[in-house]
Design a protein around this ligand. Structure first.
Ligand code: SDX
Length: 430
């Protein structure tokens, strides 16, 4: 109820503090610990934000125990079945599903901004051919600030929305350019007669001088993967975008910060790591050996694609992607031994007490690489694919926080455990 509080008693001083209890639309009530410092002089510590909310948000809700994921209240299963990635991006950014006119003009807006500045294309020649595409992505997206800084007054909502559309539009073009550079192929210009996923596949795989057939099976699979990766509450990369944006930094630089955070194997880099892990395991007979390694505290090996900070049940996205793997591989008559291995690994792990006790289930990254492989997307591009989709979430959280008059610069406190004050010791006396 509004006005509810919890009482915190300080056993040192005998003093108490009344901390407000805040109720959201769903999920756990949240204690506002802001008054703690003022009333009792204490700070709070929660490394990794395991049980600490960093903000209020209306964009996405996850019930980790029930395996529920909602975007603006709509279940991910329904969006996966009925929607398109641009429509989900609109929903995340604006809060409502678009009318057909709104969706038409949103798509037209994105298509208008698909191109990247011609000068930006020369950046790629500075990268060695075998530069990791995520390294190129971070650098090139960050440099967009140099091209659009002058037109940008983020105090104006109109400028903010335009930057959000610019980013949504240019990410696929930059991603495809990273791939084309890495394989020594000429860049392909975006085509406004194709939709978001068709255009991306064309920029990735079309061969100059030859017509490129955009396989509808590929388009449907890509659309699903982009929808399932679009947003996920305050994950590490989204939180990074929020922290960077809280200083008033240029949105292109903030999204580049999010791309950098996403790259880590504990986060978006896991999809690439899953394929490497499956290839290393190689055979169903070796699964017990690797499960033992995953359980061995002295072995740094972890079961990539398993576990989640919030989901303590199936990640609904993993369930949808597993189903899509079956469909795509059957449609393409393209059996993938790594998919069979992944299914076996999931089955065996989910019967193992270690994983059951810790509620470790497959997450979004466990099966996504199987579909990317079927679409002929190379492993080192998997996290780039994640970044394209998550841009919808990143820009939506950016817009949400920039519209919040109460937002402040993110500046966490700390528990100091270093040396007490001491005097300088001259070099000769050390
Ligand atoms: C994403 O936040 C998001 O929403 C992220 C994401 C999104 O859409 O943005 O969903 C995308 O990043 C998915 C996660 C991708 N990462 C991986 O698949 C990497 C493998 N997973 C783990 O590294 C781990 O599960 C995390 C990082 C995902 C979550 O780590 P937590 O919540 O900090 O959990 P923890 O490390 O404290 O683990 C709790 C226990 C530990 O064992 P005990 O000390 O209790 O004995 O579970 C164990 C861990 O050792 N454990 C694992 C494991 N994950 C956790 N053991 C083996 N293999 C694993 N994968």
């Amino acid at each position: 109820m509004p006005g509810d509080t919890i009482t915190v008693k300080d056993n040192r001083s005998g003093k108490t503090a009344e901390l407000p209890l805040l109720d959201g639309t769903a999920g756990a009530a949240t204690v506002d610990i802001g008054p703690l410092a003022a009333q009792l002089g204490y700070l709070s510590l929660d490394p990794g934000f395991v049980s600490t909310a960093s903000c209020k948000s209306a964009i996405t809700y996850i019930d980790g125990d029930a395996g529920i994921l909602l975007h603006r209240g709509y279940p991910i299963e329904q969006l996966a079945e009925h929607s398109t990635f641009p429509e989900v991006a609109y929903l995340l950014m604006h809060g409502e599903l678009p009318t057909s006119h709104q969706l038409y003009s949103f798509n037209a807006d994105i298509q208008r901004h698909w191109m990247i500045h011609e000068a930006l294309r020369s950046f790629f020649s500075g990268f060695h051919y075998d530069a990791h595409p995520m390294a190129m992505m971070v650098g090139v997206v960050g440099s967009l600030s140099a091209f659009y800084h002058s037109e940008l007054n983020i105090a104006l909502e109109d400028h903010r929305r335009k930057s959000a559309v610019q980013l949504l539009a240019k990410m696929p073009t930059i991603a495809a350019a990273c791939y084309r550079h890495s394989v020594g192929m000429p860049f392909v210009y975006p085509r406004t007669d194709l939709n978001y996923c068709e255009n991306f596949l064309n920029m990735m795989f079309s061969i100059p001088g030859q017509p490129y057939y955009v396989d509808p099976v590929f388009v449907r699979a890509l659309n699903l993967l982009f929808i399932l990766h679009a947003d996920h509450e305050q994950n590490a990369s989204t939180s990074t975008v929020r922290v960077a944006s809280s200083t008033g930094a240029n949105p292109y630089a903030c999204i580049a910060a999010g791309i950098a955070a996403l790259w880590g194997p504990a986060h978006g880099g896991a999809n690439e790591a899953v394929l490497a892990m499956l290839a290393e395991i190689g055979d169903i007979k070796r699964i017990p050996e690797y499960l033992d390694r995953a359980k061995d505290k002295n072995d740094p090996f972890r079961l990539m694609g398993f576990g989640h900070r919030v989901y303590k049940n199936f990640d609904p996205r993993a369930t949808l992607i597993r189903k899509a793997c079956h469909q795509v591989l059957e449609k393409l008559a393209h059996p993938d031994p790594l998919f069979e291995l992944a299914l076996a690994l999931e089955e065996i792990a989910l019967k193992d007490d270690y994983f059951i006790e810790r509620k470790l289930y497959p997450n979004v990254d466990f099966y996504s690489g199987i579909i990317y492989r079927a679409l002929s997307i190379p492993t080192n591009m998997f996290t780039v694919m994640f970044a394209i989709a998550r841009t919808a979430g990143w820009v939506s959280h950016w817009l949400e926080m920039k519209a919040d008059p109460a937002q402040k610069i993110a500046r966490p406190r700390q528990l100091y455990v270093g040396s007490p004050p001491r005097d300088y010791v001259p070099l000769k006396q050390r």
